[in-house]
Design a protein around this ligand. Structure first.
Ligand code: ARG
Length: 464
Protein backbone atom coordinates (compact mmCIF):
# COMPACT_ATOMS: atom_id res chain seq x y z
CA UNK A 1 0.00 0.00 0.00
CA UNK A 2 1.00 3.56 -0.73
CA UNK A 3 3.44 5.63 1.26
CA UNK A 4 3.95 7.88 -1.69
CA UNK A 5 4.43 11.29 -0.24
CA UNK A 6 7.52 11.94 1.88
CA UNK A 7 6.98 11.33 5.56
CA UNK A 8 7.15 14.58 7.41
CA UNK A 9 7.16 14.90 11.19
CA UNK A 10 3.85 16.65 11.69
CA UNK A 11 3.13 18.27 15.01
CA UNK A 12 -0.18 17.48 16.67
CA UNK A 13 -1.07 14.90 14.10
CA UNK A 14 -2.61 12.80 16.91
CA UNK A 15 -6.17 12.95 18.14
CA UNK A 16 -5.00 13.02 21.75
CA UNK A 17 -2.59 15.96 21.43
CA UNK A 18 -4.65 17.81 24.02
CA UNK A 19 -3.71 15.28 26.69
CA UNK A 20 -0.10 14.34 25.94
CA UNK A 21 2.67 16.85 25.40
CA UNK A 22 5.57 14.70 24.18
CA UNK A 23 5.75 13.09 20.75
CA UNK A 24 7.03 9.56 20.09
CA UNK A 25 10.45 9.29 18.44
CA UNK A 26 10.58 7.38 15.17
CA UNK A 27 11.42 4.00 16.75
CA UNK A 28 8.52 4.36 19.17
CA UNK A 29 6.21 5.51 16.40
CA UNK A 30 7.15 2.41 14.43
CA UNK A 31 6.34 0.17 17.42
CA UNK A 32 2.99 1.85 17.95
CA UNK A 33 1.99 1.64 14.31
CA UNK A 34 -0.07 -1.15 12.76
CA UNK A 35 -0.62 0.66 9.50
CA UNK A 36 1.54 -1.76 7.51
CA UNK A 37 -0.96 -4.51 8.35
CA UNK A 38 -4.32 -2.84 9.02
CA UNK A 39 -4.18 -0.82 5.80
CA UNK A 40 -5.84 -3.95 4.38
CA UNK A 41 -8.97 -3.04 6.36
CA UNK A 42 -9.53 0.29 4.62
CA UNK A 43 -12.68 -0.71 2.76
CA UNK A 44 -14.27 -2.12 5.91
CA UNK A 45 -13.28 0.94 7.90
CA UNK A 46 -14.98 3.24 5.42
CA UNK A 47 -18.08 1.03 5.23
CA UNK A 48 -18.30 1.11 9.04
CA UNK A 49 -17.91 4.89 9.12
CA UNK A 50 -20.60 5.39 6.49
CA UNK A 51 -23.06 3.31 8.51
CA UNK A 52 -22.07 5.03 11.75
CA UNK A 53 -22.54 8.50 10.20
CA UNK A 54 -25.89 7.52 8.74
CA UNK A 55 -27.07 6.40 12.17
CA UNK A 56 -25.70 9.56 13.85
CA UNK A 57 -27.75 11.64 11.40
CA UNK A 58 -30.91 9.61 12.03
CA UNK A 59 -30.39 10.20 15.76
CA UNK A 60 -29.96 13.94 15.11
CA UNK A 61 -26.33 13.79 16.25
CA UNK A 62 -25.28 15.12 12.87
CA UNK A 63 -26.93 17.65 10.56
CA UNK A 64 -28.00 16.60 7.09
CA UNK A 65 -25.30 18.89 5.70
CA UNK A 66 -22.62 17.24 7.85
CA UNK A 67 -23.73 13.77 6.75
CA UNK A 68 -23.62 14.82 3.11
CA UNK A 69 -20.08 16.14 3.54
CA UNK A 70 -18.95 13.03 5.41
CA UNK A 71 -20.39 10.72 2.75
CA UNK A 72 -18.84 12.66 -0.08
CA UNK A 73 -15.57 12.95 1.80
CA UNK A 74 -15.38 9.24 2.65
CA UNK A 75 -16.11 8.27 -0.94
CA UNK A 76 -13.34 10.59 -2.09
CA UNK A 77 -10.94 9.05 0.47
CA UNK A 78 -11.99 5.61 -0.74
CA UNK A 79 -11.22 6.50 -4.33
CA UNK A 80 -7.84 7.94 -3.43
CA UNK A 81 -6.81 4.97 -1.30
CA UNK A 82 -7.78 2.61 -4.13
CA UNK A 83 -5.60 4.68 -6.45
CA UNK A 84 -2.71 4.79 -3.97
CA UNK A 85 -2.97 8.54 -3.56
CA UNK A 86 -3.33 8.84 0.22
CA UNK A 87 -0.58 10.07 2.50
CA UNK A 88 -0.03 7.49 5.23
CA UNK A 89 2.46 8.68 7.85
CA UNK A 90 3.04 6.00 10.47
CA UNK A 91 2.71 8.62 13.19
CA UNK A 92 -1.03 8.21 12.58
CA UNK A 93 -0.60 4.61 13.79
CA UNK A 94 -3.42 2.88 11.97
CA UNK A 95 -5.81 2.99 9.05
CA UNK A 96 -8.61 4.46 11.18
CA UNK A 97 -6.57 7.58 11.92
CA UNK A 98 -5.29 7.84 8.35
CA UNK A 99 -8.82 7.85 6.98
CA UNK A 100 -10.11 10.25 9.60
CA UNK A 101 -7.17 12.66 9.18
CA UNK A 102 -7.68 12.68 5.45
CA UNK A 103 -11.40 13.24 5.84
CA UNK A 104 -10.80 16.18 8.18
CA UNK A 105 -8.27 17.61 5.74
CA UNK A 106 -10.98 17.50 3.07
CA UNK A 107 -14.12 18.59 4.92
CA UNK A 108 -12.97 20.19 8.19
CA UNK A 109 -15.31 20.20 11.19
CA UNK A 110 -17.88 17.80 9.73
CA UNK A 111 -15.07 15.25 9.61
CA UNK A 112 -14.28 15.91 13.27
CA UNK A 113 -17.84 14.86 14.14
CA UNK A 114 -17.56 11.38 12.61
CA UNK A 115 -15.95 9.87 15.69
CA UNK A 116 -18.90 10.93 17.90
CA UNK A 117 -19.92 8.05 20.20
CA UNK A 118 -17.18 5.83 18.79
CA UNK A 119 -13.75 4.65 19.89
CA UNK A 120 -11.04 3.00 17.89
CA UNK A 121 -11.74 0.05 20.18
CA UNK A 122 -15.22 -0.65 18.84
CA UNK A 123 -14.12 0.57 15.41
CA UNK A 124 -11.34 -1.99 15.06
CA UNK A 125 -13.56 -4.73 16.51
CA UNK A 126 -16.08 -3.85 13.81
CA UNK A 127 -13.54 -3.74 10.97
CA UNK A 128 -12.15 -7.10 11.99
CA UNK A 129 -15.57 -8.69 12.09
CA UNK A 130 -16.44 -7.32 8.65
CA UNK A 131 -13.13 -8.65 7.34
CA UNK A 132 -13.50 -12.02 9.08
CA UNK A 133 -17.01 -12.45 7.67
CA UNK A 134 -15.71 -12.01 4.12
CA UNK A 135 -12.70 -14.19 4.87
CA UNK A 136 -14.93 -17.03 6.10
CA UNK A 137 -17.10 -16.73 2.97
CA UNK A 138 -14.10 -16.62 0.61
CA UNK A 139 -12.48 -19.60 2.28
CA UNK A 140 -15.72 -21.59 2.13
CA UNK A 141 -16.09 -20.84 -1.57
CA UNK A 142 -12.48 -21.95 -2.12
CA UNK A 143 -13.03 -25.18 -0.23
CA UNK A 144 -16.21 -25.96 -2.18
CA UNK A 145 -14.28 -25.47 -5.42
CA UNK A 146 -11.75 -28.03 -4.24
CA UNK A 147 -14.51 -30.43 -3.19
CA UNK A 148 -16.01 -30.13 -6.67
CA UNK A 149 -12.65 -30.92 -8.25
CA UNK A 150 -12.45 -34.08 -6.14
CA UNK A 151 -16.03 -34.95 -7.08
CA UNK A 152 -15.28 -34.66 -10.81
CA UNK A 153 -12.27 -36.90 -10.40
CA UNK A 154 -14.39 -39.45 -8.54
CA UNK A 155 -16.98 -39.37 -11.32
CA UNK A 156 -14.29 -39.94 -13.94
CA UNK A 157 -11.95 -42.39 -12.21
CA UNK A 158 -13.57 -43.33 -8.92
CA UNK A 159 -14.36 -46.92 -9.86
CA UNK A 160 -10.70 -47.90 -10.27
CA UNK A 161 -9.63 -50.49 -7.73
CA UNK A 162 -6.91 -49.21 -5.45
CA UNK A 163 -5.10 -50.34 -2.35
CA UNK A 164 -5.98 -48.73 0.96
CA UNK A 165 -3.38 -48.30 3.66
CA UNK A 166 -3.11 -48.34 7.40
CA UNK A 167 0.28 -47.65 8.96
CA UNK A 168 1.21 -46.95 5.35
CA UNK A 169 1.13 -50.71 4.71
CA UNK A 170 -1.27 -52.26 2.21
CA UNK A 171 -4.56 -52.99 3.95
CA UNK A 172 -7.78 -53.78 2.03
CA UNK A 173 -8.73 -53.03 -1.56
CA UNK A 174 -11.06 -50.10 -2.20
CA UNK A 175 -12.41 -48.19 -5.13
CA UNK A 176 -10.32 -45.05 -5.62
CA UNK A 177 -13.39 -42.83 -5.20
CA UNK A 178 -13.66 -43.95 -1.60
CA UNK A 179 -10.24 -42.50 -0.76
CA UNK A 180 -10.92 -39.31 -2.70
CA UNK A 181 -14.23 -38.76 -0.95
CA UNK A 182 -12.52 -39.14 2.42
CA UNK A 183 -10.86 -35.80 1.63
CA UNK A 184 -14.20 -34.33 0.58
CA UNK A 185 -15.62 -35.33 3.99
CA UNK A 186 -12.82 -33.54 5.83
CA UNK A 187 -13.27 -30.47 3.67
CA UNK A 188 -17.00 -30.52 4.39
CA UNK A 189 -16.30 -30.28 8.10
CA UNK A 190 -14.06 -27.29 7.34
CA UNK A 191 -16.93 -25.60 5.49
CA UNK A 192 -19.27 -26.32 8.39
CA UNK A 193 -16.74 -25.05 10.92
CA UNK A 194 -16.43 -21.80 9.01
CA UNK A 195 -20.21 -21.46 8.79
CA UNK A 196 -20.46 -22.00 12.52
CA UNK A 197 -17.67 -19.53 13.29
CA UNK A 198 -19.41 -17.05 11.01
CA UNK A 199 -22.41 -16.98 13.36
CA UNK A 200 -20.20 -15.64 16.13
CA UNK A 201 -18.35 -13.32 13.76
CA UNK A 202 -21.61 -11.82 12.59
CA UNK A 203 -22.32 -9.76 15.73
CA UNK A 204 -21.97 -5.98 15.57
CA UNK A 205 -19.73 -4.45 18.28
CA UNK A 206 -20.24 -0.85 17.12
CA UNK A 207 -21.66 1.38 19.85
CA UNK A 208 -19.59 -0.27 22.56
CA UNK A 209 -17.24 2.72 22.46
CA UNK A 210 -13.95 2.39 24.29
CA UNK A 211 -15.21 0.05 27.00
CA UNK A 212 -18.49 1.20 28.57
CA UNK A 213 -20.51 2.73 25.76
CA UNK A 214 -21.66 6.32 25.47
CA UNK A 215 -24.16 8.75 27.01
CA UNK A 216 -25.22 9.83 23.52
CA UNK A 217 -28.50 8.40 22.16
CA UNK A 218 -27.16 6.15 19.42
CA UNK A 219 -29.15 3.40 17.71
CA UNK A 220 -27.12 0.22 17.73
CA UNK A 221 -29.73 -1.86 15.96
CA UNK A 222 -29.60 0.57 13.05
CA UNK A 223 -25.83 0.36 12.47
CA UNK A 224 -25.99 -3.42 12.86
CA UNK A 225 -28.73 -3.52 10.25
CA UNK A 226 -26.91 -1.17 7.87
CA UNK A 227 -23.83 -3.39 8.02
CA UNK A 228 -25.74 -6.63 7.53
CA UNK A 229 -25.16 -8.05 11.00
CA UNK A 230 -27.56 -10.57 12.46
CA UNK A 231 -27.36 -8.98 15.90
CA UNK A 232 -25.38 -6.51 18.02
CA UNK A 233 -23.28 -7.34 21.05
CA UNK A 234 -24.77 -7.38 24.57
CA UNK A 235 -21.75 -6.35 26.62
CA UNK A 236 -19.46 -3.45 25.71
CA UNK A 237 -16.49 -4.78 27.73
CA UNK A 238 -16.62 -8.12 25.99
CA UNK A 239 -17.37 -6.63 22.58
CA UNK A 240 -14.31 -4.36 22.58
CA UNK A 241 -11.89 -7.07 23.68
CA UNK A 242 -13.42 -10.29 22.32
CA UNK A 243 -11.19 -11.86 19.69
CA UNK A 244 -12.60 -15.39 20.02
CA UNK A 245 -13.99 -15.01 16.55
CA UNK A 246 -10.51 -14.42 15.14
CA UNK A 247 -9.04 -17.31 17.09
CA UNK A 248 -11.85 -19.52 15.79
CA UNK A 249 -11.13 -18.40 12.26
CA UNK A 250 -7.44 -19.22 12.83
CA UNK A 251 -8.43 -22.63 14.14
CA UNK A 252 -10.73 -23.30 11.19
CA UNK A 253 -7.79 -22.38 8.92
CA UNK A 254 -5.43 -24.59 10.91
CA UNK A 255 -7.75 -27.57 10.68
CA UNK A 256 -8.15 -26.94 6.96
CA UNK A 257 -4.38 -26.63 6.66
CA UNK A 258 -3.94 -29.97 8.42
CA UNK A 259 -6.46 -31.61 6.09
CA UNK A 260 -4.76 -30.18 3.02
CA UNK A 261 -1.40 -31.20 4.37
CA UNK A 262 -2.56 -34.79 4.82
CA UNK A 263 -3.94 -34.84 1.29
CA UNK A 264 -0.68 -33.37 -0.02
CA UNK A 265 1.32 -36.01 1.82
CA UNK A 266 -0.83 -38.78 0.29
CA UNK A 267 -0.39 -37.50 -3.20
CA UNK A 268 3.32 -36.84 -2.82
CA UNK A 269 3.68 -40.49 -1.89
CA UNK A 270 1.21 -41.75 -4.49
CA UNK A 271 3.01 -39.89 -7.27
CA UNK A 272 6.39 -41.33 -6.35
CA UNK A 273 7.96 -44.19 -8.31
CA UNK A 274 7.63 -46.41 -5.27
CA UNK A 275 3.82 -46.08 -5.12
CA UNK A 276 3.13 -45.37 -8.79
CA UNK A 277 -0.56 -44.63 -8.25
CA UNK A 278 -0.86 -41.08 -9.59
CA UNK A 279 0.94 -38.80 -11.99
CA UNK A 280 0.81 -35.08 -11.31
CA UNK A 281 0.52 -32.60 -14.16
CA UNK A 282 3.84 -30.98 -15.06
CA UNK A 283 2.37 -27.54 -14.37
CA UNK A 284 2.33 -28.33 -10.64
CA UNK A 285 5.80 -29.84 -10.48
CA UNK A 286 9.35 -28.58 -10.69
CA UNK A 287 12.56 -30.28 -11.69
CA UNK A 288 16.05 -30.26 -10.25
CA UNK A 289 18.88 -27.91 -11.16
CA UNK A 290 21.21 -30.91 -11.15
CA UNK A 291 19.30 -34.16 -11.72
CA UNK A 292 17.70 -33.97 -15.17
CA UNK A 293 15.23 -36.81 -14.61
CA UNK A 294 13.52 -35.22 -11.61
CA UNK A 295 9.85 -34.35 -11.40
CA UNK A 296 9.16 -33.08 -7.91
CA UNK A 297 5.75 -32.43 -6.34
CA UNK A 298 6.82 -29.04 -5.02
CA UNK A 299 3.34 -27.48 -4.98
CA UNK A 300 2.06 -30.29 -2.78
CA UNK A 301 5.11 -30.03 -0.57
CA UNK A 302 4.46 -26.31 -0.12
CA UNK A 303 0.82 -27.00 0.69
CA UNK A 304 2.03 -29.46 3.33
CA UNK A 305 4.60 -26.94 4.52
CA UNK A 306 2.18 -24.00 4.75
CA UNK A 307 0.27 -25.83 7.45
CA UNK A 308 3.19 -25.20 9.81
CA UNK A 309 2.69 -21.46 9.43
CA UNK A 310 -1.05 -21.74 10.04
CA UNK A 311 -0.57 -23.69 13.24
CA UNK A 312 2.03 -21.18 14.39
CA UNK A 313 -0.42 -18.31 13.82
CA UNK A 314 -3.12 -20.08 15.84
CA UNK A 315 -0.74 -20.56 18.76
CA UNK A 316 0.34 -16.93 18.42
CA UNK A 317 -3.25 -15.73 18.48
CA UNK A 318 -4.20 -17.73 21.56
CA UNK A 319 -1.03 -16.71 23.35
CA UNK A 320 -1.77 -13.07 22.62
CA UNK A 321 -5.14 -13.39 24.31
CA UNK A 322 -4.40 -15.56 27.30
CA UNK A 323 -3.05 -12.96 29.72
CA UNK A 324 -5.19 -9.96 28.86
CA UNK A 325 -7.07 -8.19 31.63
CA UNK A 326 -10.46 -6.71 30.71
CA UNK A 327 -10.96 -5.00 28.33
CA UNK A 328 -9.13 -3.54 25.29
CA UNK A 329 -5.34 -3.67 25.56
CA UNK A 330 -2.94 -2.60 22.90
CA UNK A 331 -1.60 -6.15 22.58
CA UNK A 332 -4.74 -6.75 20.54
CA UNK A 333 -3.36 -4.60 17.77
CA UNK A 334 -1.20 -7.56 16.74
CA UNK A 335 -4.15 -9.95 16.38
CA UNK A 336 -4.38 -8.96 12.72
CA UNK A 337 -0.89 -10.17 11.93
CA UNK A 338 -1.87 -13.70 12.92
CA UNK A 339 -5.30 -13.74 11.33
CA UNK A 340 -4.29 -12.09 8.05
CA UNK A 341 -1.30 -14.34 7.65
CA UNK A 342 -3.18 -17.57 8.18
CA UNK A 343 -6.17 -16.63 6.03
CA UNK A 344 -3.82 -15.37 3.33
CA UNK A 345 -1.93 -18.66 3.30
CA UNK A 346 -5.10 -20.72 3.02
CA UNK A 347 -6.46 -18.54 0.23
CA UNK A 348 -3.19 -18.96 -1.64
CA UNK A 349 -3.27 -22.72 -1.24
CA UNK A 350 -6.95 -22.99 -2.18
CA UNK A 351 -6.27 -21.06 -5.36
CA UNK A 352 -3.89 -23.81 -6.51
CA UNK A 353 -5.25 -27.05 -5.04
CA UNK A 354 -8.26 -27.58 -7.38
CA UNK A 355 -5.98 -27.45 -10.43
CA UNK A 356 -3.81 -30.21 -9.00
CA UNK A 357 -6.86 -32.43 -8.57
CA UNK A 358 -8.38 -31.53 -11.95
CA UNK A 359 -5.22 -32.44 -13.89
CA UNK A 360 -3.95 -35.52 -12.08
CA UNK A 361 -3.56 -38.78 -14.02
CA UNK A 362 -4.70 -41.96 -12.30
CA UNK A 363 -2.37 -44.88 -12.98
CA UNK A 364 -3.19 -48.58 -13.06
CA UNK A 365 -1.98 -49.81 -9.68
CA UNK A 366 -0.27 -53.16 -9.24
CA UNK A 367 -2.66 -54.91 -6.88
CA UNK A 368 -0.82 -58.24 -6.68
CA UNK A 369 1.39 -57.44 -3.72
CA UNK A 370 0.43 -56.98 -0.10
CA UNK A 371 -2.33 -59.64 0.21
CA UNK A 372 -5.10 -57.05 0.03
CA UNK A 373 -7.65 -59.91 0.00
CA UNK A 374 -6.50 -61.59 3.24
CA UNK A 375 -9.33 -60.11 5.34
CA UNK A 376 -11.82 -61.23 2.71
CA UNK A 377 -10.49 -64.79 2.97
CA UNK A 378 -10.87 -64.72 6.76
CA UNK A 379 -14.44 -63.48 6.33
CA UNK A 380 -15.09 -66.28 3.82
CA UNK A 381 -14.19 -68.73 6.59
CA UNK A 382 -16.46 -66.88 9.02
CA UNK A 383 -19.30 -67.44 6.57
CA UNK A 384 -18.40 -71.18 6.76
CA UNK A 385 -18.85 -71.03 10.53
CA UNK A 386 -15.20 -70.73 11.52
CA UNK A 387 -14.81 -68.35 14.53
CA UNK A 388 -13.15 -65.14 13.38
CA UNK A 389 -10.09 -65.47 15.63
CA UNK A 390 -9.50 -68.98 14.30
CA UNK A 391 -10.03 -67.84 10.71
CA UNK A 392 -7.54 -65.01 11.29
CA UNK A 393 -4.93 -67.53 12.42
CA UNK A 394 -5.57 -69.84 9.45
CA UNK A 395 -5.28 -67.00 6.93
CA UNK A 396 -2.11 -65.77 8.65
CA UNK A 397 -0.52 -69.13 7.92
CA UNK A 398 -1.80 -69.18 4.34
CA UNK A 399 -0.33 -65.70 3.77
CA UNK A 400 3.02 -66.79 5.18
CA UNK A 401 3.06 -69.78 2.84
CA UNK A 402 2.06 -67.70 -0.20
CA UNK A 403 4.77 -65.21 0.66
CA UNK A 404 7.39 -67.98 0.81
CA UNK A 405 6.25 -69.25 -2.60
CA UNK A 406 5.99 -65.73 -4.00
CA UNK A 407 2.32 -66.26 -4.98
CA UNK A 408 -0.85 -64.28 -4.45
CA UNK A 409 -3.67 -65.88 -2.45
CA UNK A 410 -5.67 -66.42 -5.64
CA UNK A 411 -2.70 -68.19 -7.21
CA UNK A 412 -2.61 -70.84 -4.48
CA UNK A 413 -4.21 -74.08 -5.69
CA UNK A 414 -7.28 -75.36 -3.87
CA UNK A 415 -5.52 -78.34 -2.29
CA UNK A 416 -2.85 -76.03 -0.86
CA UNK A 417 -5.58 -73.89 0.70
CA UNK A 418 -7.46 -76.93 1.98
CA UNK A 419 -4.37 -78.10 3.87
CA UNK A 420 -5.02 -75.11 6.15
CA UNK A 421 -8.79 -75.62 6.43
CA UNK A 422 -11.17 -78.27 5.11
CA UNK A 423 -13.88 -75.58 5.05
CA UNK A 424 -12.29 -73.97 1.99
CA UNK A 425 -14.08 -74.93 -1.24
CA UNK A 426 -13.69 -73.89 -4.87
CA UNK A 427 -16.10 -70.97 -4.33
CA UNK A 428 -13.25 -69.31 -2.36
CA UNK A 429 -11.83 -67.79 -5.54
CA UNK A 430 -14.86 -65.51 -5.82
CA UNK A 431 -13.64 -63.95 -2.56
CA UNK A 432 -10.02 -63.51 -3.65
CA UNK A 433 -8.41 -60.83 -5.77
CA UNK A 434 -8.88 -57.11 -5.13
CA UNK A 435 -11.47 -56.77 -7.90
CA UNK A 436 -13.67 -59.40 -6.30
CA UNK A 437 -13.28 -58.01 -2.80
CA UNK A 438 -14.51 -54.49 -3.59
CA UNK A 439 -17.75 -56.00 -4.91
CA UNK A 440 -18.39 -57.81 -1.62
CA UNK A 441 -18.28 -54.98 0.92
CA UNK A 442 -21.55 -55.05 2.81
CA UNK A 443 -22.22 -52.09 5.12
CA UNK A 444 -22.92 -48.47 4.33
CA UNK A 445 -19.77 -46.39 4.39
CA UNK A 446 -17.47 -49.21 3.23
CA UNK A 447 -14.95 -48.95 0.39
CA UNK A 448 -16.81 -50.80 -2.35
CA UNK A 449 -18.41 -49.88 -5.63
CA UNK A 450 -22.02 -49.84 -4.39
CA UNK A 451 -21.16 -47.70 -1.38
CA UNK A 452 -19.39 -45.30 -3.71
CA UNK A 453 -22.57 -44.89 -5.70
CA UNK A 454 -24.42 -43.92 -2.51
CA UNK A 455 -21.72 -41.45 -1.50
CA UNK A 456 -21.73 -39.94 -4.96
CA UNK A 457 -25.49 -39.40 -4.80
CA UNK A 458 -25.00 -37.53 -1.50
CA UNK A 459 -22.22 -35.27 -2.77
CA UNK A 460 -23.92 -34.54 -6.09
CA UNK A 461 -26.97 -33.41 -4.17
CA UNK A 462 -24.86 -31.24 -1.85
CA UNK A 463 -22.35 -29.81 -4.31
CA UNK A 464 -24.49 -29.75 -7.44
N1 ARG B 1 -4.82 0.14 15.89
C1 ARG B 1 -5.53 -0.27 17.06
C2 ARG B 1 -5.80 -1.79 16.99
O1 ARG B 1 -5.63 -2.34 15.98
C3 ARG B 1 -6.81 0.44 17.16
C4 ARG B 1 -7.30 0.57 18.55
C5 ARG B 1 -6.47 1.51 19.34
N2 ARG B 1 -7.08 1.79 20.59
C6 ARG B 1 -6.44 2.31 21.63
N3 ARG B 1 -7.12 2.49 22.70
N4 ARG B 1 -5.20 2.69 21.57
O2 ARG B 1 -6.15 -2.42 17.95
Amino acid sequence: MPHKQPMEAKKHVKSWHGRLSAEADSATAALLASLDVDVALWKYDIAGSLAHAQMLREQALLTAADLAKIKKGLHAVEKDIAAGRIHMPIELEDIHMVIEADLVRRIGDAGRKLHTARSRNDQIALDLRLWARDAADDLSAGIVKLQKAFLSLVQAKGAAVFPSYTHLQRAQPIVLGHALLAHVEMLQRDVERLADARKRINVCPLGSGAVAGTSLPIDRARTAELLGFGQFSRNSIDATSDRDFLAELCFACSMLAVHLSRWAEDWILYSSNEFGLLELHDAFCTSSSMMPQKKNADTLELIRGKSAGCLAQLVGMLTLLKGLPLAYNRDLQDDKRFAFETVGMMKQVLAVAPGIVETVTVKQPDLAGGFLDATSLAEYLVEKNVPFRTAHGIVGKIVAQAERQNLTLAELPLDALQKHSRKIQSDVYRHLGAENVVKRYAPDGAGGAKQLAAQLRHWKRLLG
